[in-house]
Design a protein around this ligand. Structure first.
Ligand code: FPP
Length: 270
């Protein structure tokens, strides 16, 4: 461990992972470790453009994006983030060419096959949100078996959004809730925000505090529409395959400079 690290509260697990990266090490000193975002959600964007800039097929951008996924998952887990959600495949992504969809599914399977050891090593609990049933059988099997293999883990919850849409999630929540209501006494006056939250894919998971989007686009793209009501949004022009541990730490440092008011006023400033 570097002697120059002054942030005593930085997780011991993180320091060996950042010590060879000067920029990340500098950012580790700036993080307030007592005020981490509990849940970070990321819209990974720019894989296609990254590939185009290198003169490569789009699929190579997704392949390079896996390196960023691995690095971000490990950094977040070592940093002590409670929940990390990555938007990997949306309900709209079925409109892409068949070859690209197939390649994305293959990459996901490859990732799960290769990374299970890392997930177990860091006690990461893997989960998915979205219409899993709509994915190819073999992908469903791999996702379900990674979920089962990591279900007893007590560290970071790592959620992949697959065949996910924010509006679809709200529709699915209403379907499930109305099914329950049909079979019992239900007073519409009882319907409130926490009741509805219990029917979302993310039931029991705290809402994201920090939403990161790469590639500079200022869009939500149908991601966690209900849950991001009060999330701080942080956008970087970096393309996803270029996103590294230092970028995640920078987002956390910037998040901590924001004043979160949840619609109230800041009475401390008069
Ligand atoms: C957006 O880039 C990225 C995606 C639609 C897929 C993200 C998938 C991965 C990083 C690989 C698999 C994921 C996991 C979690 C193992 P884009 O293709 O829309 O880029 P563009 O806007 O530049 O075209």
């Amino acid at each position: 461990m570097s002697q120059s690290v002054t942030s005593d509260a930085a997780p011991a697990d993180l320091l060996p992972y950042v010590e060879s990266d000067e920029q990340a090490l500098e950012l580790v000193r700036l993080v307030d470790w007592a005020r981490l975002p509990r849940h970070i959600a990321i819209i990974m964007d720019g894989n296609g453009r990254w590939a185009g800039l290198q003169g490569l097929p789009r699929v190579e951008g997704h392949r390079a994006g896996i390196t960023s996924v691995r690095e971000v998952v490990e950094t977040a887990a070592r940093a002590g983030i409670e929940t990390l959600t990555l938007y990997a495949f949306s309900v709209e992504n079925w409109k892409r060419p068949r070859q690209e969809i197939d390649a994305l599914m293959e990459l996901l399977k490859e990732y799960l096959g290769r990374e299970l050891g890392t997930l177990l090593e860091h006690s990461i609990r893997f989960e998915s949100i979205g219409r899993l049933d709509g994915l190819p059988e073999d992908v469903q099997e791999d996702v379900r078996s990674a979920i089962a293999a990591t279900s007893a883990n007590t560290g970071m919850r790592f959620i992949i959004a697959l065949n996910y849409g924010g509006r679809t999630e709200i529709v699915d929540a209403f379907r499930a809730a109305l099914e329950v209501a049909r079979n019992g006494d239900f007073d519409p006056a009882e319907l409130d925000e926490s009741w509805l939250s219990n029917y979302l894919y993310t039931a029991g998971v705290p809402d994201p505090d920090l939403l990161i989007r790469t590639s500079g686009e200022l869009r939500i793209s149908n991601f966690m529409l209900y849950q991001i009501a009060y999330a701080e949004i942080w956008v970087t022009s970096k393309l996803w395959p270029d996103f590294r541990r230092a970028d995640l730490l920078r987002a956390i440092v910037d998040f901590q400079k924001r004043e979160r008011r949840y619609g109230a006023v800041d009475t401390g400033r008069g």
